[in-house]
Write a protein that binds this ligand. Structure first.
Ligand code: ATP
Length: 229
């Protein structure tokens, strides 16, 4: 029989920790990345094999059904400030879990949506951060496929950062003289020589043909810049 909450008080350690519910491909990658960044993670999944495969890799990993309030309270999920619902395909489980986390008053709830309708319901429940991993990654790869970009991140408000190789008209000149900003409407923010790490670019930085650069600007401008030869 499930007992009622053993933890009544907010315990400090949970405030900085993250609970990740659903340890499929997305939840697992997210949880392991958090661990890599020294964040404590409580991972929850109802599948014993999934839990077994991650035991020892996360701070805690527990087998439980996240739609059951008693089970979640026993795991002190209500004491966390940050939670991620990484259940996609099982819509019912995703929605019930998100609703439970919201009713716990957890401040920051992220949830993965697999469709627009799914995302809309999660937002209506009060989930502050709805993410669409498949959709967003599809868009991102489209940008990589179109241009010569090595990497691409689009922010809100039509702003992007792109990792690319330099076009001919900026090679051999200090960035200050090649007027990248006025001619191409992008800013070169960092540069990497072969075999070295990235460093900040300055007006004096001279770009060589085998360098890799990171540029920032409006989405179309960064795309156009990365298409130049
Ligand atoms: P992926 O991230 O692999 O694309 P997905 O979007 O297909 O995952 P699901 O398969 O629905 O999502 O769920 C991901 C994980 O969540 C699975 O490991 C599953 O066992 C777990 N899960 C689903 N429902 C629950 C639940 N009610 N309680 C706990 N874990 C659950």
């Amino acid at each position: 029989m499930a007992k009622h909450p053993p933890h009544k008080k907010r315990r400090a350690p949970h405030k900085d920790s993250v609970v990740v519910i659903g340890l499929g491909r997305f939840g697992r990658a997210l949880a392991l990345e958090l661990i890599d960044e020294d964040t404590e993670v409580l991972g929850i999944d109802e599948d014993a094999e999934v839990v077994q495969s991650l035991s020892g890799s996360l701070t805690h990993v527990v087998r439980a059904d996240s739609t059951k309030e008693d089970a979640m309270r026993q795991l002190a999920v209500h004491e966390f400030d940050r939670a991620v619902v990484a259940i996609g395909t099982d819509l019912e489980a995703s929605i019930l879990t998100a609703s439970l986390l919201i009713s716990f008053g957890i401040q920051h709830v992220w949830a993965k949506a697999i469709s627009e309708a799914h995302g809309r319901i999660l937002s209506q429940l009060g989930v502050q951060h709805v993410v669409y991993p498949e959709h967003d990654m599809g868009q991102r790869v489209a940008h990589l496929v179109r241009g010569r970009m090595l990497d691409y991140i689009e922010f809100e408000d039509d702003f992007a950062m792109v990792k690319t190789t330099p076009p001919a008209d900026v090679i051999g000149l200090p960035l200050g003289s090649s007027a990248v900003r006025t001619r191409h409407h992008v800013t070169v923010v960092a540069i990497k020589r072969p075999g070295e790490g990235f460093t900040y670019a300055t007006a004096e930085t001279v770009v060589e043909s085998d360098d890799t650069i990171i540029v920032a600007g409006r989405t179309r401008a960064t795309e156009r810049f990365s298409e130049l030869q």
